[in-house]
Write a protein that binds this ligand. Structure first.
Ligand SMILES: Cc1cc2nc3c(=O)[nH]c(=O)nc-3n(C[C@H](O)[C@H](O)[C@H](O)COP(=O)(O)O)c2cc1C
Length: 179
């Protein structure tokens, strides 16, 4: 028996990222779990309009998407607890500017640099439609063919019901070879 629990968002656990953007000439960082794939070339960031970071994204139209792993989770979590509207977070991470000018976190093993092509407005949220223009990967987690090795790199996941972080786990099988 299944019970209809109402319109409850149930797409968890979701990968945790830190979105980086320049705001008034300084970097700002925000923790985001509501991000999604739109095509192989695009992703979407769903961010509350009042966030300080949104101001910079709307102005400059470039962001970095830094994928969190356990090695810097504590610092990443902090970016979800404080807002640039009240506290200067620009010194939180050592960073490098990408080709588009988005600030990218040095500690992140995977960072996508993106250009914002559109904003889908929805009930207090800016849903930023982003084209991926470059993906920077730490060589220690790259395969010989320059693919990310997810046996080595374990993104942190977030689940809403108990507000907890998880980690990706075991390989269950080879895709399209299960039968
Ligand atoms: C685990 C976690 C996930 C979050 N995911 C999102 C999200 O997907 N979208 C969003 O707008 N805010 C999200 N937040 C809240 C922002 O990270 C938080 O309000 C932050 O302080 C905003 O910073 P800013 O005002 O400097 O941009 C999340 C916070 C936590 C702790």
């Amino acid at each position: 028996m299944k019970k209809n629990t109402g319109a409850q968002l149930a797409l968890y656990p979701a990968p945790v990222i830190v979105v980086g953007a320049m705001v008034d000439g300084k970097p700002n960082w925000t923790l985001v779990a509501h991000a999604g794939v739109m095509a192989h070339s695009h992703l979407m960031l769903s961010m509350v309009k009042a966030h300080y970071t949104n101001k910079g994204i709307r102005e400059n139209k470039v962001v970095s998407v830094n994928v969190v792993d356990a090695s810097w989770l504590k610092e990443a979590d902090r970016m979800g607890c404080i807002s640039g509207n009240k506290t200067d977070k620009s010194g939180a991470f050592a960073y490098t500017l990408g080709e588009n000018g988005a600030p990218m976190i040095d500690a992140a093993k995977v960072t996508m640099e993106c250009t914002v092509e559109d904003i889908y407005d929805l009930k207090g949220f800016d849903n930023f439609i982003c084209r991926i223009t470059g993906t920077y990967v730490d060589e220690s987690i790259l395969t010989e063919k320059d693919k990310i090795d997810y046996r080595k790199f374990k993104p942190v996941l977030f689940q809403f019901p108990t507000y907890e972080y998880l980690e990706t786990g075991d390989v269950l099988g080879a895709c399209m070879k299960m039968n």
